[in-house]
Design a protein around this ligand. Structure first.
Ligand code: CIR
Length: 256
């Protein structure tokens, strides 16, 4: 069960963040409204929120997930792979330390973005990507191992259209993964029940199981229907403005 989450609203210069998408600039006021709905959804799932102030020095800082990996027995401050995002970790470090949560850290030359880390109970999938390098992935795997978690590395360099591992997959609990087709045959996922997201609904693969609910981006009818069929209670959220900045649902919070 998750009880807490850290969130951070977008700053006015959110549109200056990194993106590979070509969907036009985000509308700041709409992004703020979508963020507020996202926060309300987490509260509806029973989470208590710590909302950090918007950080205009770091236009991508609303994507707090990338700054830490928080598991019940292992908490690690990451080292984001994009230079413009490295400064984001300081506020997260202070926030977590103030809550009495001791942290380990990824060190250079390693880099890790939290979006590449997919916890699946006692096992953790670590994406090796344009942001998370092999050295960072190995450091994290060692810290996880010490804490009693197993892990596997999933290289996503050749997978089209995803920035992070979790842009293409989510842990649904119950031994199940939600996966884009391009990841489905990867041997790391062989032991799991795989629920596939069709290529024209790819963005919906970044869902988040939060206690009794699954948060999913609004507008992906077939993926939503499949998850309902499997018995999940869904909360659908409009993510249009975050998508323009290459972000998905999971990126907007650190859940623990
Ligand atoms: C970036 O490119 O770093 C941000 N604009 C988006 C980060 C999205 N984070 C995530 O998927 N965990």
């Amino acid at each position: 069960m998750f009880t807490q989450a850290i969130v951070r609203p977008p700053s006015k210069n959110f549109a200056d963040g990194l993106t590979r998408e070509d969907l036009g600039p985000p509308d700041f006021n709409l992004a703020l409204a979508q963020h507020a709905q996202y926060c309300a959804a987490l509260q509806r799932c029973g989470l208590q929120l710590t909302a950090l102030p918007a950080d205009p020095r770091h236009p991508d800082a609303t994507f707090v997930e990338d700054t830490a990996v928080l598991l019940p027995r292992c908490r690690v401050l990451t080292l984001p792979g994009a230079a413009s995002r490295v400064g984001e970790i300081e506020a997260i470090r202070i926030c977590l330390e103030n809550q009495g949560l001791p942290l380990q850290a990824i060190a250079a030359p390693g880099s890790v973005d939290g979006g590449d880390i997919c916890e699946a109970g006692e096992h953790v999938f670590i994406g090796v990507s344009a942001r998370t390098n092999e050295a960072g992935a190995q450091q994290l795997a060692a810290l996880l191992h010490e804490a009693g978690y197993s892990s596997s590395l999933v290289d996503i360099h050749g997978v089209d259209g995803i920035l992070h591992l979790k842009s293409g997959m989510s842990w649904l609990g119950d031994g199940r993964l939600l996966l884009i087709e391009a990841l489905a045959a990867h041997p790391a996922f062989a032991a799991y029940e795989r629920v596939l997201v069709e290529s024209d609904e790819m963005y919906a693969a970044n869902a988040v199981r939060v206690n009794d609910h699954v948060l999913i981006a609004a507008g992906y009818r077939r993926t939503a229907a499949r998850l309902r069929e499997l018995g999940y209670a869904l909360i659908e959220l409009d993510m249009s403005e975050f998508r323009k900045m290459d972000g998905g649902l999971s990126c907007l919070s650190l859940r623990y």
